[in-house]
Design a binder for this molecule. Structure first.
Ligand code: NAD
Length: 511
């Protein structure tokens, strides 16, 4: 049994000290689920100080010892997945099955990080080259120390795990500040880790709103791994600047799907609807824009419209997706739909009437100008715009005309054309003939550019994100020419220049 706040006990906020705790609510029912402390600067700093000690112990373990503990955690999450999924459902409103899917993906990532970290970060010999010939050269990646992870609410297990699992595997301790919408899920993850690693607080929880996150960014952590909006990332970066604390920023997106004339339209329509509507569109790598080859545009629109008639939001077990987790997002969705319609957009399915708080039914918009908010800004709701283009080339141009650069998708039968389009998309990840597949492959890096952030989680790059490269040379023999001494003679340098000219000075013929 996992200790800590894993049940949804209803407690009321203390009236005498209203600022010290906060309640979480079930977004479908507005019932209070649980109460958590708002942790202040001293409490956050104390957690970081405890983490510093835990980090010393954790990083001193052997690769095998850390791997075994991480695999035990993975096994624990797998065995108790149903409980965690219920908690995610209560806090976010997403269907239990979707919660299981995100937990399953998190498990796959812990497994990969645990099993590959030694190969990626472990000590290795590298060639010394001619100038350093008398030295043995070593490269290794050492842990940074304590990582502050600040998480969002939309995938409260999978998303922070992209940082937590990789940071832990790299030998760091972690202080985790989950979103104020999902602290119980965060608490469950931390408590479950303590079940398998009871010795030291290697993974700790701090709870609260943005201010608590800000305390973490200003604390003595060695890096911040932030996931959330670009607006907040700017504030976190400013806070990190005080101590020159580096950060990785995983922010929002406005991902596009390109559909070529030769694409399997049924598969593309199915993927577009799931990519845009699952989790009520509250997915950073969700499909928000679709660019379709003119020749198949109308057929594709019909297929989309037909598919969305079969899906609906709700809180029951048959619902395809749940309510909007964050009430304020409903206003953004409303504004985007209204703006699109005001500037000539047409609702092919749903519309403003699809907003039935806290739910939003599927909305498909056509003829929306590229300057409309529904095309330029992250909507984060079950809404997609569908726009005709001449071909994949024009699709890529429009897909890239955005401040964001996170994920994307290409549907085409011609593999070469699909690959070319995927490469040309200015995003961190693209899936061909599927959506979001890149997030399921733990060996692949995940991250964006522009308003979507910077740095990478997942894969070897994700492990290196939480480590510092350390270079060591060891002199093996006296040098034929000693360069790093004031006793160096002109003849010594001449000798070396002769070798270098022989090796590098030949005229280079470009083929
Ligand atoms: P948010 O930016 O409102 O909050 C994210 C986290 O930052 C929360 O824990 C919040 O308490 C904390 N925070 C707020 N102000 C802070 C401050 N001043 N200093 C430090 N921390 C602060 O984002 P959200 O609404 O929780 O999440 C939705 C956003 O996250 C969307 O834009 C979505 O696209 C993005 N997201 C990105 C990824 C990705 O991997 N790229 C994954 C999931 C979500």
């Amino acid at each position: 049994m996992v200790p800590g706040p894993m049940t949804t006990t209803v407690r009321t906020r203390s009236q005498s000290s209203p600022a010290r705790t906060f309640d979480t609510e079930n977004p479908a029912t507005s019932e209070v689920s649980a109460t958590f402390p708002i942790q202040d600067e001293d409490e956050v700093n104390a957690a970081v100080a405890r983490a510093r000690q835990a980090a010393a112990w954790w990083s001193d373990l052997s690769w095998k010892e850390r791997e075994q503990r991480l695999l035990a955690w993975k096994s624990y999450l797998t065995r108790y997945m149903a409980r965690l999924a219920e908690l995610v459902h209560t806090e976010t409103g997403k269907p239990v099955a979707d919660a299981k899917l995100e937990i399953l993906l998190a498990i796959v990532h812990i497994d990969w990080a645990a099993k590959h970290v030694r190969k990626v970060l472990g000590p290795r010999r590298v060639r010394s080259g001619l100038v350093g010939l008398n030295h043995a050269s070593y490269l290794e990646y050492q842990p940074l120390g304590v990582i502050g992870v600040i998480g969002p609410w939309n995938y409260p297990v999978f998303t922070p795990m992209g940082s937590i699992a990789y940071a832990l595997a790299a030998g760091n301790a972690v202080v985790f500040k989950p979103s104020e919408f999902t602290p119980a899920t965060g608490g469950w993850l931390v408590s479950s880790f303590a079940e398998v690693v009871p010795e030291h607080p290697v993974l700790q929880l701090v709870t609260g709103f943005g201010e608590t996150g800000s305390h973490l960014a200003r604390s003595a952590v060695n890096k911040i791994a932030f996931t959330g909006s670009a607006r907040t990332a700017r504030k976190v970066m400013a806070a990190c600047a005080q101590n020159l604390t580096p950060m990785v920023a995983e922010c929002g997106g406005k991902d596009a799907m390109l559909v070529a004339a030769d694409a399997d339209l049924d598969a593309a329509a199915d993927a577009a609807v799931w990519g845009a509507m699952s989790n009520a569109g509250q997915t950073c790598i969700g499909i928000e824009r679709v660019y379709v080859a003119q020749d198949v545009y109308h057929t594709f629109l019909e297929k989309l419209a037909d598919r969305v008639t079969q899906i609906r939001p709700g809180d029951d077990r048959e619902a395809d997706y749940g309510p909007m987790t964050m009430p304020a997002q409903l206003d953004v969705i409303e504004k985007h739909i209204a703006d699109a319609m005001a500037y000539g957009g047409r609702a092919v399915a749903g519309g403003l009437s699809s907003i039935r708080r806290p739910y939003v039914g599927p909305v498909i918009l056509a003829d929306v100008p590229e300057t409309s908010h529904a095309v330029t800004d992250e909507t984060f709701g079950p809404v997609m715009t569908v726009t005709p283009v001449a071909d994949l080339t024009e699709g890529v141009t429009l897909a890239n005309a955005t401040r964001y650069g996170l994920g994307g998708s290409v549907f085409a039968k011609n593999a070469k054309a699909a690959m070319r389009a995927a490469r040309s998309m200015r995003s961190g990840m693209t899936s061909i003939n599927s959506v979001i597949a890149f997030a399921t492959v733990p060996a692949l890096p995940f991250g964006g550019s522009g308003e979507s952030g910077f740095g990478r989680i997942h894969g070897a790059d994700g492990l290196r994100e939480f480590a510092r490269a350390k270079a060591i040379t060891r002199m093996r023999m006296r040098p034929p020419v000693n360069l790093t001494t004031f006793t160096r003679t002109d003849a010594d340098l001449k000798k070396l220049l002769g070798w270098i000219t022989l090796l590098h000075g030949k005229r280079y013929r470009q083929r």
